[in-house]
Design a protein around this ligand. Structure first.
Ligand code: ATP
Ligand code: ZN
Length: 334
């Protein structure tokens, strides 16, 4: 096991590393001070490798071993779900992305893949622009590929193509890097990060029951990891003027809950898990049907692998050897 040489020393006001009771950090006049300090500590300790772009990082061996431990702990927690494991690349067909209506709600977050599709002459022009330090990307053409905005999106067209589900519906286990265009100095707000999810497809009753089970399991996991936490009602960052109305309705219908952990000193706590009920939204995008031919309902529980890793580093320090034994055991004996 590799250990980072530097240790991040959380301030005295930080929640006790051994407790799992929730202690929200005191709001600071500038929450970015705490975010920058934690980010710099992670970079100095070579846990994260910074790049020229905010939110795009390399991860160290130690960081990845914690991430692997989390994935193993989540698999153990979900062993009774008999989930079908699906692994997708961090991209999906543009056609499916359009069908999902993501652009209606979150155009500001989406990432599309563009490529050079020109002739020899266009290539020369491209190289000349590059050499002169001019803008060149506007010559790139859209491909049929977009970056996955959430781990569960590629699942729905695959399941829909199979025809109606059995009466039990199904659970799918996914893990992928996701892209969201939200550059930030907050180390917990990356542009590419991993979501591990269990996705439930079936009737409304099945989804609501699934979500309740996973809210409890999320709490249980945070407790075993000795992370201070609370579960709260939440909403997504819907775009534009109309977005406020959609966000309010999402809250009113109690469609999204989050498990929050304080990560950055002086900043609001960070959503490390989310518990979502999509109603029959995805059955309008794809022909997802229950056994009796009704539009299927869906929901998912999402674990932010990077955020959980950061929360562990924040609360237990940068030296794994000093972490509480129970936490290391939960992570598969790190
Ligand atoms: P936030 O409200 O903080 O933007 P979210 O509620 O939109 O996050 P979800 O769409 O529910 O996030 O994604 C599921 C999980 O993925 C989150 O609970 C979080 O742990 C993780 N996640 C989301 N956005 C990011 C990000 N920019 N960087 C790292 N992890 C993220
Ligand atoms: Zn999802």
């Amino acid at each position: 096991m590799e250990d980072a040489s530097n240790t991040y020393a959380p301030g005295d006001e930080s929640p006790a590393a051994s407790g799992s009771s929730y202690a929200a950090p005191t709001p600071a006049p500038d929450p970015d001070i705490g975010r920058r300090a934690f980010r710099q500590a992670l970079i100095d300790a070579r846990l994260l490798y910074a790049s020229a772009v905010d939110g795009i990082y390399g991860r160290s061996g130690l960081f990845e071993s914690i991430a692997d431990g989390l994935n193993a702990a989540i698999s153990k927690l979900g062993a009774d779900q008999h989930a079908e494991v699906m692994r997708f690349p961090p991209a999906m067909p543009r056609r499916d992305f359009e069908a999902s209506e993501y652009l209606k709600s979150f155009p500001q977050l989406a990432g599309t893949v563009h490529c050079f599709c020109g002739s020899d002459r266009d290539h020369h022009r491209l190289l000349a622009r590059l050499e002169q330090g001019e803008e060149w990307a506007d010559q790139q053409r859209p491909t049929d590929v977009v970056l996955a905005p959430a781990a569960c999106y590629p699942v729905y067209p695959v399941v829909a193509a199979r025809g109606p589900m059995s009466a039990e519906g199904m659970v799918v286990d996914v893990l992928t890097y996701c892209f969201r265009h939200e550059p930030s100095i907050d180390p917990a707000r990356m542009q590419m990060f991993r979501q591990r999810e269990y996705v439930r497809l079936g009737t409304a009753g099945q989804i609501v029951a699934f979500r309740q089970v996973w809210i409890e399991r999320g709490r249980q996991l945070a407790g075993m990891l000795e992370l201070p936490h609370e579960v709260d009602l939440a909403n997504d960052p819907f775009f534009g003027r109309g977005g406020k109305i959609v966000a309010d309705s999402q809250r009113e219908l109690k469609l999204k809950f989050e498990l929050l952990v304080p990560i950055n000193d002086g900043a609001p706590p960070t959503a490390c898990m989310s518990f979502n009920y999509h109603m029959d939204h995805f059955a309008h995008a794809w022909p997802l049907r229950t056994a009796d031919g009704e539009p299927a309902h869906t929901g998912c529980v999402g674990f932010g692998i990077e955020r959980l890793t950061l929360a562990l580093l924040r609360h237990h320090g940068f030296e794994l050897a000093k972490w509480p034994r129970r936490v290391r055991e939960t992570l598969g004996g790190l």
